[in-house]
Design a binder for this molecule. Structure first.
Ligand code: F6R
Length: 609
């Protein structure tokens, strides 16, 4: 996810672009850059790795880049590490065509080869640079024609801002599957990835359609199809305030991020399924090496550890490889036994968690290859791991993780199915059905999110709760761990997760009249067992909330309130069952008036032990 801003008008462009980018830093903040037409024939470009602040300092808040037409970008690295060279804007060799881009050009390797064969030289590792050279290739004096020809050639997603030195009075923009808006006031026209970037200047906004091109001039803009036919468009008048707008209308980043989960799951999953086969190039492992893995050690903290606990059940079940899961803070000091053939997998959203990083270093010191499942591109864990499997969740701002956790689950499922298949544990029909079930997850998550009102009503009853217990067996225990953490970290209500069979070994004495027990039951083989544990707590006065699968109607006999999840393979049930539990924690915290996005005492990235 990246942010783009463009301006053309009567005012100085650079300060407006910098101001707009500052509202988009939530979309990415590992590097930033600007291109401004200097008014006498040249496009000046400045870019820098690091936060936007650095670009502001280098350009003295835009003063060193005079001009009334320009584009800017704040980056969340996907192709190529964060660096000055990989930062946007990208340009052709003559620096007469300049591009900023949000999205992923899927066929960039083919295009890069085609252009290299024709003598084009690439300086960055990005997918975006192909756009600059491809525009150069097609530009024969008509910029609109060049833009539309390029759009016909590229596959993937994009929101683009483009400057041609030959046309100093115009900016071109286009989008497909990445957000882009245009806006206008009496001083000029704007483009941006999101409304807050330009809300200070105008509330008159045009939502650019998929595969639509915009030509902006200082006093008007025109919209075209990819076949150069002009279209008309009505503006929308924005009446939100700026801080709400940054959350795209959501009350909290946490809610927004929960709603991004269908996309996060899609983005982490689909690029790794090719021709009905799981292809994880980043693993850099031959089939022989996969078959040689004798044990997997998963190491992580907090929610990432909970994803790892699910990973253990799924990998052991599907690939029949023994898995040990460790809290990174324990692993690093317990002198772990890493035998020949063991593989270490560290999981981290931020890629900066001190204990996880130390566990990675400890494993490498002992001569073991480490695979990192990481969200933040270019982070310390991503740089130091031998191989990195990115979770494409984009920037996560709320301290309590939701979408990154969901993406971590997907990465683990992919590993489990891939390893199971390669090791001969999954036959053709099961393989096809597992892939089919994975592909259904985004829509099923969406369905559960749309059920939020029911969960909100239920959550409102528990705003005053003192203790809540989450119980489950197997994968359902792993889900309970995460459901419990979500509730306690943002609502400050004490909660604990227990393996359902363990309650009667002590904890059941804490159950009083009205205590809420959330029972997770998604594993058909264990339905009856969990029901008997529900009956035990109900008999001691508990109010029992059940999260289960549609087929398990039997549970209604033992539960006071039931939330059903759609049908999926039991190994993937966590991805669905966690959604109502996230919503429950969120709505309890909202109901209590807690600072949901920034809970007390917590930080998004824990860089100390
Ligand atoms: C809980 C949460 C934390 C993190 C943990 C690890 O909502 O976000 O428990 O999961 O601090 O952080 P990363 O994944 O950045 O290593």
């Amino acid at each position: 996810m990246c942010g783009i801003v463009g301006y053309i008008g009567t005012k100085q462009a650079a300060p407006i672009i910098l101001d707009g980018l500052s509202k988009l830093e939530y979309r990415g903040y590992d590097s930033a850059g600007m291109a401004v037409y200097d008014g006498v024939g040249k496009i000046n470009i400045t870019k820098s790795v690091g936060r936007l602040k650095i670009l502001e300092n280098i350009t003295r808040d835009g003063e060193t880049m005079p001009g009334v037409c320009g584009i800017g970008h704040t980056r969340w690295a996907t192709h190529g590490v964060p660096s000055d060279t990989n930062a946007h804007p990208h340009f052709n060799e003559a620096e007469t065509i300049t591009v900023v881009h949000n999205g992923i050009i899927e066929n960039y390797l083919q295009l890069r080869k085609m252009l290299t064969d024709r003598g084009y030289h690439f300086v960055s590792e990005t997918d975006t640079e192909v756009l600059a050279h491809l525009l150069d290739y097609y530009y024969k004096g008509n910029p609109l024609e060049a833009v539309t020809k390029v759009l016909h050639r590229v596959e993937g997603s994009y929101a683009l801002g483009i400057l041609f030195a030959d046309c100093p009075d115009q900016i071109f923009a286009a989008r497909k599957d990445s957000p882009l808006i245009a806006g206008q006031n009496e001083d000029g026209c704007f483009i941006a990835s999101d409304v807050p970037a330009i809300l200070k200047y105008t509330r008159k906004v045009y939502y650019v359609d998929n595969q639509e091109v915009v030509r902006l001039r200082a006093d008007h803009m025109h919209f075209y199809t990819v076949d150069e036919e002009e279209t008309t468009k009505e503006p929308v008048f924005i009446d939100w305030d700026a801080s709400a707008a940054e959350k795209a209308g959501y009350e909290h980043f946490m809610l927004k991020e929960m709603y991004e989960q269908p996309k996060t799951v899609t983005d982490t999953l689909l690029p790794r399924i090719k021709d009905n086969d799981i292809v994880i190039e980043e693993l850099n492992m031959t089939d022989e090496e996969i078959c040689g893995v004798s044990k997997i050690h998963i190491v992580a903290c907090g929610s990432a550890y909970h994803a790892g606990v699910t990973g253990k059940y799924v990998i052991e079940g599907l690939a029949r490889i023994p898995v040990e899961v460790d809290l990174a803070s324990e692993f690093r000091y317990r002198d772990p036994i890493l035998e020949e053939g063991a593989m270490v997998v560290v999981i981290s959203q931020s890629g900066e968690t001190a204990d996880t990083l130390a566990a990675l270093r400890e494993s490498k010191k002992r001569g073991f290859q480490v695979l990192g499942i990481v969200n933040v591109v270019g982070s310390s864990i991503a740089r130091e791991a031998d191989n990195v499997m990115y979770t494409w969740a984009g920037p996560e701002i709320a301290v309590a993780t939701t979408k990154a956790y969901s993406a971590q689950l997907i990465a683990l499922y992919l590993l489990a199915v891939k390893f199971g298949r390669v090791r001969g544990k999954i036959e053709d029909m099961t393989y096809a059905s597992l892939l089919g079930d994975l592909r259904c997850l985004p829509d099923q998550i969406e369905l559960l999110l749309n059920n939020k009102n029911k969960i909100q009503r239920f959550a409102n009853r528990y705003i005053g709760a003192k203790d809540v217990f989450f119980i489950g067996r197997g994968i359902d225990y792993a889900i309970s761990l995460e459901g419990s953490l979500k509730l306690k970290e943002i609502s400050y209500i004490h909660s604990e997760a227990y393996a359902a069979g363990e309650l009667k070994h002590g904890t059941i004495s804490l159950i009083e009249e009205g205590t809420l027990v959330a029972a997770v039951s998604t594993q058909p083989a264990l339905y009856a067992k969990t029901i008997s544990n529900m009956v035990e707590v109900k008999a001691r006065g508990a109010f029992v909330l059940a999260v289960t699968c549609e087929e398990n109607k039997e549970i209604e006999k033992a539960a006071d309130y039931v939330i059903y999840i759609p049908e999926t393979n039991p190994y993937f049930a966590n991805s669905l069952a966690i959604i109502p539990l996230q919503l429950f924690g969120y709505y309890v915290a909202v109901g209590k008036g807690c600072d949901v996005d920034k809970p007390r005492n917590l930080a998004k990235s824990v860089t100390v032990e």
